[in-house]
Ligand binder design. Sequence first.
Ligand SMILES: C[S@@+](CC[C@H](N)C(=O)[O-])C[C@H]1O[C@@H](n2cnc3c(N)ncnc32)[C@H](O)[C@@H]1O
Length: 411
Amino acid sequence: MSEPLLRGLARMRSHLLDPDTLVRAVASGRQKGGAPQWRRVELRYVDLKAGRHLQVTSYDEQQAHTANHAVGEPRQPSPARDAVDALLDEPFGNWHVETTTQSHQLRVTKKGEALVHTSDRKEAVEASRGHDRGKERLLPEDDPLFRELGLTDAQGRLKPSRQAKYRQVEEFLRLLDTTVVEAVEKGHLRRPTEAEPLRVVDLGCGNAYLTFAAHRYLSHVRSLPVAVTGVDVKEQSREHNSAVAGRLGADASFVVGTIADAEVDPAPEVVLALHACDTATDEALARAVAWGAPVVLAAPCCHHDVAAQLRRAPTPSPYAALTRHGILRERFADTLTDALRASLMRLAGYKVDVVQFVESQHTPRNTLLRATRTGSPVRGGTLRTEYDELVATWGLTPRLAVLLEQQDAGA
Ligand SMILES: C[S@@+](CC[C@H](N)C(=O)[O-])C[C@H]1O[C@@H](n2cnc3c(N)ncnc32)[C@H](O)[C@@H]1O
């Protein structure tokens, strides 16, 4: 039920101004006809030497700008109150406000009213007030989940050999979080309910670090009802992961099968793939298209298919310098592979970004394709011409193109 905007914002304001219970808040999107100064703003309280401050991180198209505002006495004018009031005056379309016990989502309707959805957390959380100049952890290292998964020891300390995997999962989650929230806000993904949780699949899940972390974060931190499924060809992976799910009491199921054929019913809405080997990433993208999945996040692993095709085919003029040296040819093949994947996903009706999801010291395989389904497949036009010319020039047949054609023919 909608309510007057000012009343809805006043409720958010009281949560934003409570330095004891606010965990984090995010303002994003725009009201009809409005243009906020920032693309997105994040708020949290941090403890500095000079006392508790409201930390506001504002994002424009290029970068983040961080400012700390002193909190002051309750109900007295203070820089933090001024900062909150200035932000509430901006025509943001959405406010997501997390407190230690609840999660509030305020959306401004086309009529300029507030639609507020409030959910109770399954268990109260503590707000982290550390002024960590690095990014705040979405799931802290001492979360019991990581001990169960063998990434941390009995004291909740990361095992040195598992640091890289933890960081990959953490940074993947960060993108999953913003992508899901934005897709829900923009109406590309339905808002999940307890009766119909969000259906997430992790293709090539291996030991299911990402699968369980996605479940934990979305359900416990975001308060989104979620059911996850992991798919892997290895039976041993299913046995191990099902036992972990039982111990964690997580709504997670595991299927043995190939990404191309494994039975996942009903079709998932969010498709994840972290380092599915070589063309298994193409299988994951093709499967996501076949399911009509609204959100797809895939971080590819090794790229052998296009590299092998480049080795076999004569290099078109004047590009011989790009493929003469093995290392450059391999890197070029990586770039070409992911560029073609992004083009094919665009042609399949998705809005696609290709981003670096984690620093290279945590894995050299740190590219991620983020796709949100926004329209119907594109049949012609400049996008198609650009793709056709690129593959014709290099004499390539990308595996994803073959899979999508097979799906089209079978449809
Ligand atoms: C490099 S591991 C990554 C595992 C996990 N996603 C992670 O990041 O920890 C790749 C996993 O994909 C699985 N896999 C590879 N090709 C597959 C396919 N075509 N179908 C299903 N699973 C596949 C492998 O068995 C392996 O567990």
